[in-house]
Design a binder for this molecule. Structure first.
Ligand code: C5P
Length: 231
């Protein structure tokens, strides 16, 4: 089969990562978590002692960031400067400041080129007769990084569903205290992120999947159906 690029965007808590990894596993494709690249850039700037308020210093640091992105959907490791930061970059100290780095347009240009290179390499991956293909997830994959992707999906969910999912993920519960703590992180971050990317509404030709009232297994099933239609 010919290589396929699947682009998936959506806000935090939409179920993007679960669906993207599930799709890549089911279809034998590589997986790219572009959010992890922005998280890694944030980690790298902090490690280098860069003042996040200085856009030029952030840009210069990210330009030379030694980042290796794992593309195995079963265990996508993120290694920066030889350090495995896969778990660390999910923490709230990175989540709370990542938007500062991700709204720097020069940083976006740099990471966009790296993302395109990874996607292109997977489409012609060695060991696959016609190349392989990749599922890439983020906020601007369907619109900016890979607007020519074979399959483009916007995964949405209403705010209540997204907050409940994130609260369970971050705090192990969706009781009122956990929901309140999650609200500040998720809603604030999406608001900041949406100043540079339009991931809250689908661009032309992008298929919207609303996961508000579907569990992860059902959402994956629906996404697989969308991919099968074009494959
Ligand atoms: O998807 P995740 O929550 O890990 O993304 C972390 C952050 O990376 C987002 O809040 C956003 O600031 C940034 N991001 C982005 N563009 C992407 C993916 C992520 O700006 N394509």
């Amino acid at each position: 089969t010919a290589p396929v690029t699947v682009a998936i965007d959506g806000p935090s808590g939409s179920g993007k990562s679960t669906v993207s990894r599930g799709l890549a596993s089911a279809l034998g494709l590589a997986y790219l978590d572009t959010g992890a690249m922005y998280r890694a850039a944030t980690w790298w700037c902090r490690r280098q002692g860069v003042d996040l308020d200085s856009a030029d210093a952030v840009t210069a640091a990210v330009a030379v960031m030694p980042l290796e992105m794992g593309i195995d959907p079963a265990a996508p490791a993120v290694v920066c400067d030889g350090v495995d930061i896969t778990a660390e970059i999910r923490g709230s100290d990175i989540s709370s400041i990542v938007s500062v780095v991700a709204t720097n347009l020069d940083v976006r240009a740099e990471l966009r080129e790296r993302q395109r290179a990874i996607i292109a390499a997977e489409r012609r991956a060695a060991g696959f007769s016609e190349g392989r293909g990749i599922v890439a997830e983020g906020r601007d994959i369907t619109t900016v990084v890979a607007p020519d992707a074979d399959v483009r999906i916007l995964l949405t969910a209403d705010e209540e569903a997204r907050l409940a999912r994130r609260a369970r993920e971050l705090h192990g519960s969706d009781d009122p205290d956990s929901l309140a703590a999650t609200h500040a992180e998720v809603v604030g971050r999406d608001a900041r992120d949406s100043t540079v990317s339009t991931f809250l509404t689908a661009a032309d030709g992008v298929v919207t999947i609303d996961s508000s009232r579907m569990d992860a297994a059902r959402t994956l099933e629906v996404a697989l159906g969308v991919v099968e239609q074009v494959r």
